[in-house]
Design a protein. Structure first.
Lengths: 110, 117
């Protein structure tokens, strides 16, 4: 059964690149990896999803090594508004389970 | 589309009372999810449906919790009887697919903040 582990919190500064890594050692062959962002008093919001190698969209990149046992969310040039909780999700697979990480609280400082 | 709609937004009730939370998913989405979020336990998946059929209810804490989806545009999460430890924010989410490059992302509603006194 897949389990996702991510750091509880991280700090960074405006303009920096931030990388948040999620560990999912028992990921299944058909599982996808998805990242969500959550602001206080709101529901999580989709950021990016991938299966292998690298995926990039207008807000983030997702790096997945060949063994897929981890994934790294990369936020380029963060701003204060990127302060939020970031969740890693392993989903799909043969048993249709969804495994959420505990979330990483990212604080961006001026 | 208005997005996922949840009601009520806030609910305060007394221990032992029945609580019903409601959700309207995005039209055309085949999957509907119920989550609970607390400071202590984080975000927990309670149950999800595919085409109105419950697929995984392993996260439902106990028999006091029940969820139904009578049609594609409506779902309820009921707690009977409610207890103070049920106090949390309950989110409903929907998606077109469960996983995959397109359509697998979940869209969350604004949540219902439940307080059980």
């Amino acid at each position: 059964l897949a389990k996702t582990t991510q750091p509880i919190s991280m700090d960074s500064y405006e303009g920096q690149e931030v990388n948040i890594t999620c560990s999912h050692n028992n990921i299944a062959t058909n599982d996808y990896i998805t990242w969500y962002q959550q602001f206080p008093s709101q529901g999580p919001r989709f950021i990016i999803q991938g299966y292998k190698t690298k995926v990039t969209n207008e807000v983030a990149s997702l790096f997945i090594p060949a063994d897929r046992k981890s994934s790294t969310l990369s936020l380029p040039r963060v701003s204060l508004s990127d302060t939020a909780v970031y969740y890693c999700l392993v989903q799909g697979g043969s048993n249709y389970q969804l495994i959420w990480g505990a979330g990483t609280k990212l604080i961006i400082k001026p | 589309d208005a997005g996922v709609i949840q009601s009520p937004r806030h609910e305060v009730t007394e221990m032992g009372q029945e609580v019903t939370l409601r959700c309207k998913p995005i039209s055309g989405h085949d999957y509907l999810f119920w989550y609970r979020q607390t400071m202590m336990r984080g975000l927990e998946l309670l149950i999800y449906f595919n085409n109105n059929v419950p697929i995984d209810d392993s996260g439902m804490p106990e028999d006091r919790f029940s969820a139904k989806m009578p049609n594609a545009s409506f779902s309820t999460l009921k707690i009977q009887p409610s207890e103070p430890r049920d106090s949390a924010v309950y989110f409903c989410a929907s998606s077109f697919r469960l996983a995959g490059n397109k359509g697998g992302e979940q869209f969350f509603g604004p949540g219902t903040r439940l307080t059980v006194l």
